[in-house]
Design a protein around this ligand. Structure first.
Ligand SMILES: [Zn+2]
Length: 232
C-alpha cells in the first residue's frame, strides 16, 4: 500500500486539474480520462524558482528582516514532495540560497524516491521565524536570517546555505544546551527512534556526496539536524 500512495496522490491531482479545466459543467463520464499514474513525471513536482511575490510577503519581517545580508535575487523557492514516517506523500516548500538550490532539488528528489522520511517542510515564516518553534514541530527548513542559537554569530541559515532536517529528532547539543529544548532524549544517539539521521544513511549520503558538511560529525559540539555548504 505504501508504494501505491504516491500514485494515488498523483492520480487525484490529475483528476483535480481535469475538473478545474472543465469549469464544473461536465460530468464524470464526459471528463477526459486522467493520465495513467505511471506516466506522470514525479520530478515535475520538484521545482526551483525565484522568490514569488506572495512568498516574499510571507517572509517580510520574519526570516527576511532588517539584519538580512543576502538579497532576494540570491534566494530561491523550492517545492518538493516528501514522505513522512507513515509513507504518506506530502508537499513541501523551502527557501534557500541559489548556490545550493539545484543541489537541494536533487537531494529531495533522491530522498523521495528512496522513501526517506521527512515529516514537515514549511517555511519558518509560518512559525514567525521562531527557530525553536519550528524545530519543536519537527519542521525541516533552510533560510532564516538569525544568529546561531545562544550566540551573536550569524548562522549559515542567514545566507540560506544550511538545511535542518527533522530537527525534533536530530537536535543540536552545544555547551550542554539542547535545542529544541524538548529533545534531550534524542541526544542519545545509541537509541533507535523515528527520523534519526545516521552517518551513511540516505540523508547523510545525499548531502555529503554533494559537498555538504554534517553537524553530527563535528567534534566540539553536535548539530545532528544540520547540513551546510561552504561556498567561497
Ligand atoms: Zn542548522
Amino acid at each position: 500500500m505504501r508504494r501505491l500512495l504516491p500514485l494515488l496522490l498523483l492520480a487525484s491531482l490529475a483528476l483535480f486539474s481535469c475538473r478545474g479545466r472543465s469549469g464544473g459543467s461536465g460530468t464524470a463520464s464526459t471528463l477526459p480520462a486522467p493520465a495513467a499514474p505511471e506516466v506522470l513525471d514525479t520530478a515535475s513536482f520538484f521545482t526551483v524558482s525565484e522568490i514569488p511575490d506572495l512568498v516574499f510577503e510571507r517572509m517580510q519581517g520574519k526570516s527576511f528582516n532588517s539584519g538580512t545580508t543576502v538579497s532576494r535575487e540570491d534566494l530561491r523557492y523550492l517545492t518538493v514532495l516528501h514522505k513522512n514516517w507513515s509513507g504518506e506523500t506530502l508537499r513541501g516548500e523551502m527557501v534557500c540560497n541559489k548556490a545550493i538550490a539545484e543541489d537541494l532539488r536533487e537531494i529531495f528528489l533522491e530522498l523521495f524516491k528512496e522513501g526517506y522520511p521527512i515529516e514537515k517542510m514549511r517555511l519558518v515564516d509560518d512559525y514567525g521565524a521562531d527557530d525553536e518553534a519550528s524545530m519543536t514541530d519537527n519542521n525541516s527548513s533552510c533560510f532564516n536570517c538569525r544568529t546561531i542559537s545562544g550566540t551573536r554569530m550569524i548562522s549559515k541559515h542567514s545566507l540560506g546555505l544550511a538545511v535542518d532536517i527533522n530537527p525534533l529528532y536530530n537536535p543540536a547539543l552545544k555547551h550542554g544546551i539542547v535545542r529544541p529544548s524538548v529533545s534531550k532524549a534524542y541526544t542519545d544517539r545509541e537509541k533507535d527512534f523515528p527520523y534519526k539521521i545516521m552517518r551513511g544513511d540516505a540523508c547523510h549520503r545525499a548531502f555529503t556526496s554533494r559537498g555538504f558538511v554534517w553537524g553530527g560529525g563535528w567534534a566540539s559540539s553536535k548539530d545532528w539536524q544540520h547540513f551546510e555548504k561552504r561556498i567561497d
